[in-house]
Design a protein around this ligand. Sequence first.
Ligand SMILES: [Mg+2]
Length: 182
Amino acid sequence: MRSLSLSEINDRIASTTAKDVENVMYVFDFDDTLALTDSAVYLIRNGVRSKLTAAQYAAHVPSDDDQFDYSDFSTLVNARSTELIKFVKHINELNGHVYILSARTTDGPIHEFVAIHQLSVKRTTALANGDPTRKKETIEQWIKEHSPSRIEFFDDSIRNVELVHSLNSMVDVEIVCWHVKE
Ligand SMILES: [Mg+2]
């Protein structure tokens, strides 16, 4: 597991050639990995509704009766791209395979973002579930379907990164996980 600060993207671009991307699946999270938005998650606990920042939500340990309102994430709210989008464009130029895997409830806003930035994405999946286990299971499924020689996984959530990284001991494919940081 490695961490990738968004200021290091240019080095990654310079060091990634067409040969490097052959039969590699590049899997990107959406929120706070490719896109910054003003969407917020709302926590409803004991009848009180409060707004969580992305960082607060990522670190939140839910209790049983917590309820969440994710409705902000069904649209694109003031979306800006992160530096990592330059790397996606580079992979596109090398004809590499880009996937987007998000916990969002719907992939519509992601398709909208992809169109705005003219990215080429083989597949966009919105899991409608924030449980990191679902990302791990999806990666396992994609390995079976596509037999890549390597996977590179990019996510700003350390829990997602750790869980996907743990697949390395279960599958034959090398999974390089990048914890994306601002
Ligand atoms: Mg994220």
